[in-house]
Design a protein around this ligand. Structure first.
Ligand code: ZN
Length: 904
């Protein structure tokens, strides 16, 4: 799955719920599903046959079911013959036996709603061996974007599915655990004129059974987990292509089919690349990708039938912005990587979800960067690494591999740690062992577990064997233990550098000095606050080729002699290492002196991140950080500059008093104004990267109150709303988005109304989403109030509702008002809530920076518990505390620096 990146960062700590796993002893082998949805009534009728094997004789079978009403359940053992996959034959069987079964016995069904389980009890015990369960049931098409649900456009409803992690049980009674793989054949009875899409290709499509209906049967699937089953019903339209002989379709609602072409190109390229990379051919007979109007996540890797949020798949191939294309290419690459990593080989349980998500997260940018090297994904990866390290340096972070038993705990696993940290660790290992050796390890791991399940040990054990390097120790240390290692680089008396893993880096909590009495115990019994047993590959770089070696935490420093060829020593070549680095003053000075000439852009992003984090953690001053930010102000890469300016903006938001903020703004104008002016007028077709640089500087200067920039922003916004084509002249086209955002901050009701109309009338999902985001930029209290009410109205889709509230909660100018709304209108927010939206609002409260708000947030969410948000709440409280400490420590430092920089 790709998380919706609207705001998501990540999450932490541990609430232990009651185990909800199935009792075991029953192995499903094949499901035959016949589903007849009624899109108007929002219900469906299901009939299901499950071939199971019992380990021992039993008079009860327990499986998963939620929001399902059972009509009848029978079990038969005689004949032992498999129910044929073809549904005509199944129909005949159903007729012969009757659903209540002449040659089977009827079960009494008891439901445990809390555990989402149903137990079938039989008067006579069923023997060990094969048993056929026949189940007739009904279900609802819900509006919560999970299970089998309704997605609506102005014209009609669609019936679509989203099963990961634990929602297949809402669509069909099932053994809904990832290790209980089976084959499936799906049949859908749909309205005339509608089509259906599922994991496999269509094998028959016949009129009936009733007038106005037709029945579509799909080919049997390979052995797979329940969470990867999917079916979609509606009038989808598709563009078609082919790669390595595999037919590929990119589909959407009919009005948007033109926007599917770019994703189709991405899939064609990626399929061939993965066939080569994995050394295992894409296993399905076809690949479909479908953009869905209402979708909770970013995308979902259903085997052979990938589903997407519209904004993650649809982009204009000809005129779409590069940023939009980059995101679509990455999302397509992510979901397609899962077809191997996750779909073909699946973790045994959700605690190893990171194996799926870490791998797909790492692979998405590797593949997309290979397709379009000029899009510089390596810089985005460096930014993501920095964000992940920030998240993982909180005291409330979790280990990548964490116990998760209940659906709520499992849902909460889909966070910045499972994606970002696991992906970064995999990237670090590849960089260290070498691309080709790592690829061989991936191939061997997949080949050994095809259509089965695997554990983390299987993965890193294979990589260690193939490379002959301690990959297992490196990965176990970073996966089983929470937190970020801190590498220290000091100078010895003779001028050599000395490197050591010092311990855990924390944003706020000082590292304890006492020795750790638990350091020799097994990992999970050690005191996590004190000692960490990390094994870290460090790749050092100066002017020549990087040299890697392995550091063991707690060992004496490794001494690296220096010579004339090492004018500086950067201890994180390519910014691939998962650690923070603290340099002795002389080492740092040498690096900063070479930052623009000797470091790569990702390394500069890493350096900025390290210095920011160390300051946050009390090992540096805000003034030192600002000096570094100014040292890279001429950087030609928008991503590097954005990294620096984003952190400067955070200083203004969190550390500065109102008076100091005005002075900091003056520094930004004075230092970056000339850089912006130096860009000159844009040419007719400016390269995208230079346009991004222009927009980054324009927005930062506007935020800092530059009068010329603000005047231009207002003019461009006015022209745009007067109906002129966006950025008709080259001068304006690069900055049009930033201009509207800046103008909106000071915008009035008239502008607000125009924006609402634009969003309402457009069919373009990207523009719709942009207008929603822009509404959160307005700062006039009456307009903020309108945005908040709009968010909980029927006009805004559930998938977007929380984003509006969360964005208002994270901005200094609007957060107080938004919090008042959350407290007063919680019931209305809940009414629009989807599986994860409550948690995202809890997460956004982490942007506060006062003890008063911290206590309010804690007590409010203690009284209004949010599903799957326990760790998130702890993390938000932690973030607020971090911010309070940061402000207390650095506010005087900021004033000192401002005095020195521009006079008191
Ligand atoms: Zn994923």
């Amino acid at each position: 799955m790709v998380l919706w990146r609207g705001l998501v960062a990540g999450v932490l700590v541990c609430g232990v719920g009651a185990a909800q796993r199935l009792p075991g002893g029953v192995r499903p082998e094949h499901y035959s599903l016949r589903i007849a949805p009624d899109l108007k009534a929002a219900t469906f009728v299901g009939s299901e046959t499950i071939e199971v094997v019992l380990d021992a004789a039993a008079s009860a079978i327990t499986l998963n079911a939620a929001e399902i009403e059972f009509v009848s359940v029978t079990a038969s053992v005689e004949g032992q013959k498999q129910i044929p996959f073809g549904n005509d034959k199944q129909e005949k069987n159903d007729k012969q036996d009757g659903l209540t079964g002449q040659n089977g016995q009827t079960a009494a069904v008891t439901l445990d709603a809390a555990k989402e389980q149903a137990t079938f009890t039989f008067a006579n015990a069923l023997p060990a061996g094969p048993v056929t369960l026949r189940i007739a049931y009904t279900g609802i098409l819900n509006d919560k974007l999970r299970g089998f649900y309704l997605s609506k456009t102005k014209l009609r409803s669609y019936g679509v599915t989203q099963f990961e992690a634990t929602d297949a049980r809402r669509a069909f009674p099932s053994f809904d655990e990832p290790a209980l793989k089976a084959t499936f054949d799906v049949t859908l009875v749909v309205d005339e004129g509608d089509t259906a899409i599922s994991n496999t290709r269509i094998v028959s499509d016949k009129p009936g059974p009733a007038a106005g209906k037709h029945t579509i049967a799909f080919a049997p699937t390979p052995k797979m987990s329940t969470y990867l089953v999917a079916w979609l019903v509606g009038d989808f339209a598709c563009t078609k292509g082919k790669a390595d002989g595999v037919p590929i379709r990119a589909c959407s609602t009919p009005d948007k089919v033109r926007e599917t072409r770019f994703a189709l190109d991405a899939a064609k390229w990626t399929l061939h690349y993965y066939d080569q990379y994995f050394g295992i051919k894409y296993p399905m007979a076809k690949l479909d990708m479908v953009a869905i109007p209402d979708f909770e996540a970013g995308a979902m890797e259903n085997f052979g039938c990938i589903t997407y949020r519209e904004t993650e798949m649809l982009v204009d191939k000809k005129d779409g912005a590069i940023a939009g294309k980059k995101e679509v290419a990455e999302t397509v690459a992510h979901e397609m990587a899962h077809q191997w990593f996750g779909d073909m080989v699946t973790p045994v349980w959700w605690d190893n979800l990171w194996l799926n998500e870490g791998f797909a997260t790492w692979m998405e940018s590797k593949a997309a960067a290979r397709w379009h090297p000029e899009w510089k994904y390596e810089q985005d990866v460096a930014v993501e690494l920095d964000e992940t390290l920030e998240l993982d340096a909180q005291a409330t972070t979790r280990a990548v591999r964490t116990r998760a038993e209940t659906p709520a705990e499992i849902d909460e696993m889909f966070d910045g740690i499972a994606y970002g940290k696991a992906g970064a660790v995999i990237g670090m290992v590849e960089n260290w062992v070498g691309e080709e050796i790592f690829r061989n390890g991936v191939h061997e791991y997949l080949a050994a577990h095809l259509y089965g399940n695997a554990t983390a040990e299987d993965f890193w054990g294979t990589q260690a064997r193939v490379s002959g390097l301690p990959v297992d120790q490196v990965m176990e240390g970073l996966v089983a233990q929470p937190g970020v290692p801190l590498v220290a680089v000091s100078q010895t008396g003779d001028g050599s550098a000395a490197e050591a893993v010092e311990g855990r880096f924390l944003l706020s909590r000082p590292r304890p000095a006492e020795p750790d009495a638990t350091r020799d115990l097994p990992l999970d019994q050690r005191n996590p606050a004190i000692f960490y047993r990390w094994v870290i590959p460090i790749c050092n770089r100066s002017t020549g080729t990087p040299v890697c070696h392995v550091l063991f935490a707690g060992q004496p420093p490794l001494v690296l002699p220096r010579n004339a060829a090492t004018p500086f020593l950067y201890a994180n070549s390519g910014d691939k290492g998962y650690y923070r680095t603290n340099y002795a003053a002389g080492e740092l000075a040498a690096i900063v002196a070479h930052a623009e000439t000797g470091l790569t852009p990702p390394e500069r992003i890493g350096l900025l991140g390290d210095r920011w984090a160390l300051m946050h953690g009390g090992q540096g001053t805000v003034g030192e950080f600002l000096d570094l930010a100014l040292a890279v102000k001429q950087d030609p890469n928008a991503t590097v500059l954005d990294s620096a300016l984003g952190k400067v903006e955070t200083i203004g938001r969190t550390i500065a008093t109102d008076g100091d903020r005005a002075r900091l703004d003056a520094v930004v104008r004075q230092e970056f104004g000339p850089v912006y002016a130096g860009l000159g007028a844009p040419g007719k077709r400016e390269p995208w990267e230079r346009a991004e640089l222009r927009e980054t500087l324009f927005e930062a200067l506007g935020e800092a109150g530059d009068p010329a920039v603000l005047a231009q922003a207002e003019r461009v916004a006015k022209e745009l709303f007067a109906g002129h084509k966006a950025g008709a002249n080259a001068e304006d086209s690069a900055i049009v988005d930033a201009a509207v955002a800046l103008a909106a901050a000071k915008g009035d009701a008239e502008m607000y109304d125009k924006l609402v109309r634009v969003g309402r009338n457009t069919a373009d999902p990207d523009l719709k989403e942009d207008t929603l985001r822009l509404l959160t930029r307005f700062q006039a209290p009456a307009l903020v109030a309108r945005t908040l009410e709009y968010a909980v109205s029927d006009e805004v889709r559930s998938q977007d509702s929380w984003t509006l509230i969360a964005l208002l909660l994270t901005r200094r100018e609007t957060q107080e008002q938004a919090w008042g709304f959350v407290e007063q209108r919680w019931a209305a927010i809940q009414r629009k809530a989807t599986v994860n939206s409550g948690a995202r609002i809890v997460e956004a409260t982490g942007a506060f920076c006062s003890a008063e708000r911290r206590d309010e947030v804690a007590s409010f969410f203690a009284a209004h518990r949010v599903e799957a948000a326990e760790r998130t709440l702890a993390k938000s409280i932690d973030s607020i505390d971090d911010c309070i400490r940061l402000r207390a420590a650095q506010e005087p430092e900021l004033r000192r620096w401002l005095d020195a920089h521009q006079g008191p």
